[in-house]
Design a protein around this ligand. Structure first.
Ligand code: SF4
Length: 306
């Protein structure tokens, strides 16, 4: 059995689990390439126009390996935390893909509730049966994959430069270097260090959420808001860069809430889609970098945030 895993959306966070689970079941696993121009073009061709860039890119990854596998994993990620969801597009992802791309192999589309080991095991039991009927093998593969995933850490935290920004955004925007146009490397060249939300304690993130009149029920919206608001208070950050996608409903709300709260703390919002030109992104981050540099050189002139 050859199982295909598309390298899109939450692959960046949860690939060790998926890869280990199917490999331990005895399947051969085919993972699509890193996102590139060909994959983007395939995604744009196969996906509806209105979708955000990460969803289009996911379609491209699927299309790129559909003829190389006998079973495709299309993760319908419903929940990572109790009482929270990801985004409606995740809930309907399998339907979008299966109705848009012709000639698909059978797909695993069962909903994933990953807020606890037990809830995730329910998915593993159903998904594992596509590969083997041996329930002991499935249980072993799940336990091992869960253990491997628990040891996996994502996150960027470099401290080479005097200026440091909090890089905020959904994992697929932060970690897919094609869609974010190598943002971290560009910032490094400009003398800016980067830190992502994985290095901020959940307690601090949730403390910021408690100040909202209503708790966001989208997991990444909550985390991005809490991380950005906390970054404003942390002495180690000189600014925030929020990398987002055009047409992202949750980001459009969260960005406004952040802007409303942070006063004059430097914030750069980069919105990307398949038409975004790299030169435009370069100009904007260069201008932001100049501004941060000027601020750090004349810190005593900076008014306090209101
Ligand atoms: S959260 Fe935003 S970027 Fe992510 S899939 Fe949903 S609409 Fe797209």
């Amino acid at each position: 059995m050859i199982v295909g895993i598309p390298k899109g959306l939450l692959y960046y966070k949860y690939n060790p689990f998926l890869f280990t689970f199917f490999t331990e079941l005895g399947a051969n696993v085919v993972v699509s390439e890193d996102t590139n121009k060909h994959i983007l073009d395939l995604g744009v061709k196969h996906c509806v126009d209105e979708a955000c860039l990460p969803i289009k890119i996911f379609h491209g990854h699927v299309a790129s390996i559909k003829n190389k596998c006998e079973l495709m994993v299309i993760p319908r990620v419903m929940q990572l935390e109790k009482n929270e969801y990801i985004c409606p597009k995740f809930c309907g992802l399998p339907e979008m893909v299966l109705n848009s791309i012709a000639g698909m192999p059978p797909a695993i589309t069962e909903p994933i509730y990953a807020f606890s080991k037990n809830s995730l095991y329910k998915w593993a039991k159903t998904a594992g049966k596509y590969v083997t009927s041996d329930i002991f093998k499935i249980r072993h593969a799940f336990k091992y994959a869960y253990e491997v995933q628990s040891k996996h850490r994502t996150g960027i935290n470099n401290n080479e430069h005097d200026i440091k920004i909090a890089l905020v955004g959904h994992p697929y925007n932060v970690y897919d270097n094609f869609s974010n146009m190598n943002l971290t490397a560009k910032l490094d060249k400009l003398g800016i260090s980067v830190e992502t939300m994985e290095f901020t304690n959940d307690f601090l993130i949730n403390m910021e959420i408690n100040n909202l009149y209503k708790r966001p029920f989208w997991t990444y919206a909550r985390e991005n808001y809490g991380f950005a608001l906390n970054a404003v208070k942390e002495k180690r950050f000189d600014g925030i860069i929020y990398i987002s996608s055009f047409n992202c409903g949750t980001d459009s709300i969260i960005i406004e809430l952040i802007k409303d709260k942070i006063g004059n703390f430097p914030l750069l919002i980069l919105k990307v889609d398949e038409h975004t030109g790299e030169a435009g992104i370069d100009t904007r981050i260069e201008a932001f970098s100049d501004m941060l540099e000027r601020r750090t050189q004349h810190e005593s002139n900076i008014p306090t945030n209101g």
